[in-house]
Design a protein around this ligand. Structure first.
Ligand code: LUB
Length: 215
């Protein structure tokens, strides 16, 4: 939003910054994002059942009412966190595409970013845990794994057309293997080490699985 420029005297008199008070809409969006992040931290650490809206409110430094203003229930909050988890990936793919790598290089670079997101991003970590707990959440969540399987299938199809896939490897089967092994790797890393060893585990998986399907 274009900042409102005030005259020097106005600025001095009101003491407001050059931009003046934050527009209400911006403040509401920023507050919603803060609630999502704090809720993700709670869900990632304690899971859905052991997280209360009060926990989220206290972590966000807000009242329960302020949280309910953005999310009418804990279930709606969980859905929003999972949706935010999946919203990360098209952004990451667009960033990878700007590097103009080969199709296979694009898959590797994209998954490097995904591994880093699982290592560091509470929204991504919470989305994964909420999907594991989906049967406890009395609300419909996006189907897990299918989006990634289709995306990796499409990208490996491009790699196959570019002659980058090993003879006899089909994009669909390779995508199922990559998604299953990545999911298992990040889950084991989380359960055993709180994902502290994600970089090393991803490096192993990338070398052994991804490069075993490359021409
Ligand atoms: C990914 C999780 C955790 C699959 O696609 C998904 O739904 C995923 C959450 O359900 O890992 C591997 C990229």
């Amino acid at each position: 939003m274009k900042p409102v420029v005030r005259s020097a005297s106005q600025t001095v008199r009101t003491g407001a910054l050059e931009r003046g008070p934050e527009p209400k809409q911006d403040r509401s969006v920023r507050t919603r994002q803060l609630v999502l992040l704090r809720a993700a931290e709670c869900f990632a650490e304690k899971g859905f059942a052991d997280t209360s809206v009060l926990d989220v409110a206290e972590r966000a430094g807000m009242t329960k009412g302020a949280v309910y203003h953005h999310f009418p229930s804990k279930e709606v909050l969980a859905i929003a966190v999972v949706e935010e988890h999946y919203a990360r990936w098209p952004v990451l793919l667009a960033k990878t595409r700007t590097k103009e790598l080969s199709p296979f290089g694009t898959v590797v670079d994209l998954l490097d970013g995904v591994a880093e997101a699982f290592h560091r991003d509470p929204i991504v970590q919470a989305g994964a845990r909420l999907q594991l707990e989906r049967s406890l959440i009395g609300a419909p969540l996006p189907a897990p794994y299918v989006g990634w399987t289709q995306l990796i299938t499409d990208l490996l199809g491009e790699a196959q057309e570019a002659g980058e896939l090993r003879e006899g490897v089909t994009p669909e089967e390779a995508a199922r293997l990559v998604v299953a092994s990545f999911f298992g790797m990040q889950h084991i890393s989380d359960v055993l080490h709180g994902r502290a060893d994600m970089p090393q585990r991803w490096a192993e998986l990338r070398e052994l699985v991804l490069f075993s399907i490359r021409a």
